[in-house]
Design a protein. Structure first.
Length: 274
């Protein structure tokens, strides 16, 4: 039985199959090999499912499941969670890359730090040209760190399966779509659990101009709702309502300008190809 179950939600990746294959290869090439990779095709309308089945034939630790319709990342991750056999659940996105020692270092961290329900890490920021910056996170986030932004890079986290089960996994409501990760982690903190960010970049996290264009006003409205309910549960809403409205304010900034802001904030100036 594997110790780590890696969960990946996938939707319509046929046009970016090279990116998908890099994501899968980054798990296959881990220095830590006690894992299984569960990939849920979330109702893709192209040939993604056939591609995934072909990829899975390369290693028996790859398991492919599928949904007949698109339900969102939260639903797909819950599908993965239901069949996961590992003690720890590692989140992985289909367009990111885990560095070779990610699973080993995070599993060892959870083994030796029972006080934490999950562990994340810093991230090397990438786009189609390569590495453009580094996101450095608060090592030990508290409740108030959720006000400004999600204090974890979600596809970098590894969580104890027993905790995820106690929380009943990710929300599947339409009003939280594209903000499922925010809702899940605020609910985790509201339940009394805590997480920690390892202070080294163990993943390549993809963020480019298209990332900002995907955030429609409906998605931003969903995030406002998630923030309001989450802040209320965490007891941090009073005096901080401006943070509830932040997604709408950010949504008024053109994607190109938002991209420039992020480069100035996280850009390392080192660049380089993967």
């Amino acid at each position: 039985m594997p110790k780590v179950s890696v969960m990946m939600a996938v939707y319509n990746m046929e046009k970016n199959v090279h990116i998908l294959k890099k994501a899968v290869a980054s798990i296959l090439n881990q220095t830590y090999q006690d894992w299984e990779l569960i990939i849920c095709d979330d109702g893709s309308t192209d040939h993604t499912l056939q591609i995934l089945r072909q990829i899975s034939s390369e290693d028996e630790r790859l398991h492919i499941i599928s949904c007949s319709n698109n339900h969102g990342a939260g639903y797909a991750r819950n599908m993965c969670m239901r069949i996961a056999r590992g003690k720890y659940l590692a989140v992985m996105d289909a367009d990111d890359i885990s560095k070779p020692q990610r699973l080993k270092k995070q599993a060892c961290f959870l083994d030796s730090h029972p006080q934490y329900a999950l562990v994340g890490c810093n991230a090397s920021m990438i786009d189609s040209c390569g590495v453009w910056g580094e996101r450095i996170l608060e090592e030990k986030p508290d409740k108030k760190d959720f006000l400004s932004t999600l204090p974890f890079v979600h596809p970098s986290i590894m969580i104890r399966k027993e905790v995820a089960y106690k929380l009943h996994g990710y929300t599947q409501t339409m009003t939280a779509r594209r903000a499922e990760d925010y809702e899940f982690l605020m609910r985790l903190y509201a339940a009394g659990y805590r997480g920690c960010n390892m202070q080294e970049p163990l993943i390549f996290y993809r963020e480019d101009i298209q990332s900002y264009r995907k955030r429609t006003y409906r998605c931003r409205l969903n995030e406002c709702r998630v923030r309001y309910r989450g802040f209320l549960k965490l007891g941090i809403l009073k005096g901080n309502f401006r943070y509830v409205l932040k997604p709408f304010v950010v949504g008024m900034i053109p994607a190109g300008i938002m991209r420039h802001i992020k480069i100035r904030r996280y850009g390392s100036g080192i660049g380089g190809k993967l």
